[in-house]
Design a protein around this ligand. Structure first.
Ligand code: R7I
Ligand code: MG
Ligand code: MG
Length: 321
């Protein structure tokens, strides 16, 4: 009984990112989480304003639409335009330094590898913006992983920053092409397939930990096992946990992501993308949609991304449902 269309899933992945980002934003960086405060914020009627996670996701989607595929020079110019227009969105330290270097004449292919003493960033900033890549190329999940690895390198040259982006993008594309009522346990099926594209040994350990962790595990055990920090190797597995612990309930997935504490906007943005790709935009609670900053333009962007995906991949390659 498959009823969630690909259009609904594209919208769910993009709008789900923004909803998760905005619901998590007030709690970013806090280790002590108060469920009453989280619930009262989720039930309030205040505007849901998103952060850099969504601004960069919009940049990735716009670039894929305009270029018909991955074009690093175009993508970084869109990141820079968004950052110039709204530098107050809460960006990590690294990306603005990459943008400044490019502006001073450093090649965009080289700029990110100069950060953090020459290792490049292992932050979650490339992973958090990766949903559009997973949606755009969902007909070919190996392509998703390799495009996400390349696109991450614009700002995150470190292997862990790149692997996080590959894992998040692949998971988004995988969920967008999985029946919304899957025949087996989503967590196990997804992690099994991730093992075919994630080769980094540190990430592979986290995949094993994620697989061993029960979907019902208490919050403290999840945080002790996976972490909840700004590093991609913590935030991405945490987001996959939250989404796959609640494979039939968008609101519960996002709530449990925020409840993990730590990098709450980013973990919830990624969990929102994953839950939205599986369950569709129609699974996002209406009160959150009506509070969401830029709601209509995000829906339009998702629809344009779907059209671009069809143009890049002739009919028959993906099924619009
Ligand atoms: O990854 P990035 O874009 O940050 C994203 C986060 C999300 O939580 C957003 O919501 C926003 O708040 O920022 O930014 P980076 O600066 O590349 O990485 C984030 C942080 O991780 C850095 O500022 C460092 O504190 C840390 N970090 C590193 N520390 C030491 N050595 C990242 N890479 C390294 C490293 O190689
Ligand atoms: Mg943010
Ligand atoms: Mg964050």
């Amino acid at each position: 009984m498959e009823s969630v269309t690909l259009r609904d899933r594209f919208r769910g992945g993009i709008v789900g990112t923004a909803v998760g980002d905005a619901l998590g934003a007030p709690f970013e960086g806090r280790q002590e989480v108060d469920p009453r405060r989280i619930d009262s914020w989720q039930r309030s009627d205040k505007d849901l304003r998103w952060t850099d996670d969504t601004a960069m996701t919009v940049g990735v989607a716009e670039s894929l639409i305009a270029s018909g595929g991955f074009d690093g020079e175009d993508m970084v110019s869109r990141f820079m335009a968004h950052h110039d227009a709204e530098p107050w969105r809460g960006y990590g330290a690294g990306p603005p330094r990459v943008f400044a270097a490019i502006r001073q004449g450093v090649d965009w292919r080289e700029a990110a590898s100069t950060l953090f003493g020459g290792t490049g960033s292992f932050g979650n900033g490339a992973a958090m913006r990766s949903a559009p890549l997973g949606l755009f190329a969902c007909h070919d999940l190996e392509l998703v992983a390799s495009m996400a690895w390349e696109a991450a390198g614009i700002t995150h040259a470190h292997a862990l920053g790149r692997a996080g982006a590959a894992m998040q993008a692949y998971s988004t594309g995988w969920l967008a092409t999985t029946p919304s009522e899957p025949s087996g346990p989503v967590r196990t099926l997804l992690v099994d397939d991730l093992r075919s594209v994630i080769v980094d040994p540190t990430f592979r350990q986290r995949l094993d930990a994620l697989d061993d962790l029960g979907t019902e595990s208490p919050r403290d055990e999840v945080v002790a096992t996976l972490g909840n920090g700004i590093e991609a190797v913590e935030a991405v597995p945490a987001a996959v946990h939250a989404a796959t612990a609640h494979p039939a309930d968008f609101a519960a997935a996002v709530r449990s992501a925020v409840m993990l504490g730590g990098d709450t906007d980013t973990i919830a943005a990624m969990a929102g993308a994953l839950a939205g790709a599986l369950l569709g935009y129609s699974a996002i609670p209406q009160p959150w949609l009506s509070r969401l900053e830029g709601h209509e333009s995000l829906v339009t962007l998702a629809d344009e991304l779907l059209t671009a995906a069809f143009i890049a991949r002739p009919p028959g390659g993906i099924d619009a449902g």
